[in-house]
Design a protein around this ligand. Structure first.
Ligand SMILES: *[C@@H]1O[C@H](CO)[C@@H](O)[C@H](O)[C@H]1NC(C)=O
Ligand SMILES: *[C@@H]1O[C@H](CO)[C@@H](O)[C@H](O)[C@H]1NC(C)=O
Ligand SMILES: *[C@@H]1O[C@H](CO)[C@@H](O)[C@H](O)[C@H]1NC(C)=O
Ligand SMILES: *[C@@H]1O[C@H](CO)[C@@H](O)[C@H](O)[C@H]1NC(C)=O
Length: 424
C-alpha cells in the first residue's frame, strides 16, 4: 500500500495508496497487538469494468464467532494488564480489523496494521518501525497464506488460532507464520486411520475448494491409498459455486455406490450443503468430518432432516479458560469502543434496528436494553471454547515474548521498541 515515489526534489517519500482503513475495534496501549478476524463470512460479488476504480468490497453475513474471538483477545489483554508479574507497568492495546474471509482484504488490513494510515510518511526513507509487534489471525488457511506471504518479509509474526493447513508449515514460504492449533499433517492421517479402523474401504469425499480442503484431502487420499481404502469420488465445493455446479455434486453422489462421505469442509460449507442435500433426499450416508465442522452445534441445528446423523470425526480437545465465557457474554468492552461494527452486531443479534429507514422490514427499534440471557445463538454458544483458548494462548505468547525482549523484571524498559526480527 505504500509506494516509493521519486519526486522532483529527488527525495523518496511514502504515499498511502487508496483510502485509509480504521480498525473496527481498538484500544490504545504502550504496545499494540494487531488482530484480523472474519467478522463477515462473505462478500458481494460485483462485475468489474476495469475502466474505473472498483468500489470497496461490501461484506455480507455477519459471523458472531469473530465477535467471540475479539472478546477473547480483549479478555486476555485485560488479564495481562492486570497481572503484576507479566509485563509489569506495560499496557497492551489492540487494533482489530475485519477480513470478511477474503484474502485480498486480509492483505490490505495486514498492510494497514504495519503501516498505519498517514497519507504520507514524514520521514524520508520509509523506515519507521511497524505499528504492531504481532498480528493474530486468521480463521481461514487461504487468507492466512496470503497475509503471511505479504508480511513475512518484514518478519511480523502472524499467529493463527484456527488455520490448520499443513501447507502453512513451510518455513521457506511463510517464515513468520506461527499457530496455536495443530497442523492438518496429523488430522489427514488420523482421519484415514479412522476410516480404515471401521473397515470402510469404499468411500466418497467432498472437500472445500480452497487450500484447507484441497491440501487436507490430498494428504488423506495419499494415506488412504496406502491403507487400502479406495476413493470413489472427491468433489470440490465452495460457497461461490453456481447452482449448476452444486447440482452436479448432487448427481454424482446420487449415482455413486459408496455409503461413506468424508467431508474436509468447514461449518459454513455444511450449512449450505445440508440444505441442498435435504432438498434432494441425500440421506442415510455415514459422514466423517474434520475439526472445521464436526463439533459445531450450529451445523446440527441447521440439519433439520438428520442428514448428518451419526457423523464422526476429529475435534480439537475440550478446554476451559476460566472466566472467559462470562466475559464474552458481557459485551460492555465491545460497546465501549463505540464502533459501527458494534451497532451492526447488536442489530443482528437482537433482530432490531437502531435507525428506521423507509425500507425497514418491520423490525422493532433497538433500545440498547436488550438482554442476552434469553438468547440462544452462535454468540451465546460456547462450544468453540477450544478455538477461543487458541486465541487466548496467542495473546499470551505475544506477551511472554515481549516480556523477555523488554528485559522485564520488576519493571520493563518500555522506551525500547522491540525489533520484529527478534519476535519471530
Ligand atoms: C534529480 O536527479 C536528476 C537526475 O539524476 C538530476 O538531473 C537533477 O539535478 C536532480 N535534482 C535535484 C533537485 O537534486
Ligand atoms: C490497563 O490498566 C490501566 C490502569 O489499570 C487502564 O487505564 C487501562 O485502560 C487498561 N488497559 C486495558 C487494555 O485494559
Ligand atoms: C482486571 O481488573 C479489574 C479491576 O480489578 C477487574 O474489574 C477486571 O475484571 C479484571 N479483568 C480481568 C480480565 O481479569
Ligand atoms: C424426496 O422425498 C420425498 C418423500 O419421499 C418426495 O416427495 C420428493 O419428491 C423427493 N424429492 C426429490 C428431489 O427426489
Amino acid at each position: 500500500m505504500a509506494i516509493i515515489n521519486f519526486s522532483r526534489a529527488n527525495k523518496t517519500t511514502c504515499i498511502l495508496r487508496g483510502e485509509p482503513e480504521y480498525p473496527h475495534i481498538w484500544k490504545n496501549g504502550d504496545i499494540i497487538v494487531g488482530a484480523i478476524f472474519p467478522f463477515h463470512s462473505s462478500w458481494e460479488i460485483t462485475e468489474s469494468s476495469y475502466s474505473s476504480r472498483p468500489p470497496s468490497m461490501k461484506c455480507l453475513s455477519l459471523d458472531f464467532r469473530a465477535f467471540q474471538y475479539s472478546q477473547t483477545l480483549i479478555f486476555a489483554t485485560e488479564e495481562i494488564n492486570n497481572s503484576s508479574s507479566l509485563l509489569p507497568g506495560v499496557t497492551l492495546g489492540y487494533k482489530i480489523y475485519d477480513t470478511c474471509g477474503s484474502a485480498a482484504l486480509g492483505v490490505k488490513m495486514a498492510m494497514t496494521l504495519m503501516n498505519g494510515n498517514e497519507k504520507s510518511a514524514t520521514d524520508d526513507n520509509c523506515t519507521k518501525p511497524a505499528q504492531v509487534q504481532a498480528i493474530l489471525g486468521e480463521t481461514y488457511s487461504s487468507v492466512s497464506m496470503a497475509i503471511s506471504k505479504s508480511i513475512g518479509p518484514f518478519s511480523i509474526p502472524l499467529i493463527s488460532y484456527y488455520a490448520t493447513c499443513e501447507c502453512l508449515s513451510d518455513k521457506t514460504k511463510y517464515p513468520s507464520f506461527l499457530r496455536t492449533v495443530p497442523s492438518d499433517y496429523y488430522q489427514s492421517r488420523a482421519l484415514a486411520e479412522m476410516v480404515k479402523h471401521f473397515g470402510w474401504t469404499w468411500v466418497g469425499a467432498i472437500r472445500r475448494d480452497d487450500d484447507y480442503g484441497n491440501n487436507g484431502m490430498a494428504t488423506f487420499t495419499k494415506i488412504a491409498e496406502q491403507l487400502g481404502i479406495c476413493l470413489e469420488y472427491s468433489l470440490p465445493f465452495f460457497k461461490t459455486y453456481s447452482q449448476d455446479k452444486v447440482l452436479r455434486i448432487v448427481e454424482q453422489i446420487k449415482s455413486s455406490t459408496s455409503r461413506v462421505i468424508v467431508g474436509f469442509l468447514t461449518q459454513w460449507d455444511l450449512e449450505i450443503l445440508v440444505q441442498v442435500f435435504s432438498e434432494h433426499n441425500i440421506t442415510g450416508y455415514q459422514w466423517v468430518g474434520t475439526e472445521g465442522w464436526i463439533a459445531d452445534p450450529i451445523v446440527a441445528t441447521r440439519d433439520k432432516h438428520n442428514i448428518l446423523q451419526g457423523a464422526i470425526g476429529l475435534a480439537i480437545p475440550k478446554t476451559k479458560v476460566s472466566g472467559l465465557d462470562d466475559f464474552i457474554l458481557d459485551v460492555k468492552p465491545l460497546k465501549s469502543v463505540g464502533s459501527a461494527i458494534f451497532t451492526k452486531f447488536w442489530e443482528s443479534l437482537f433482530n432490531c434496528k437502531y435507525t428506521m429507514q423507509n425500507d425497514s422490514e418491520n423490525l422493532p427499534v433497538c433500545t440498547g436494553e436488550e438482554t442476552l440471557s434469553e438468547m440462544e445463538n452462535a454468540f451465546t454458544d460456547m462450544s468453540l471454547m477450544p478455538i477461543f483458548s487458541n486465541v487466548y494462548k496467542g495473546v499470551y505468547a505475544v506477551a511472554h515474548t515481549l516480556h523477555d525482549l523488554l528485559g522485564c523484571k520488576q519493571s520493563c524498559q518500555t522506551n525500547k521498541q522491540p525489533d520484529p526480527f527478534t519476535v519471530s
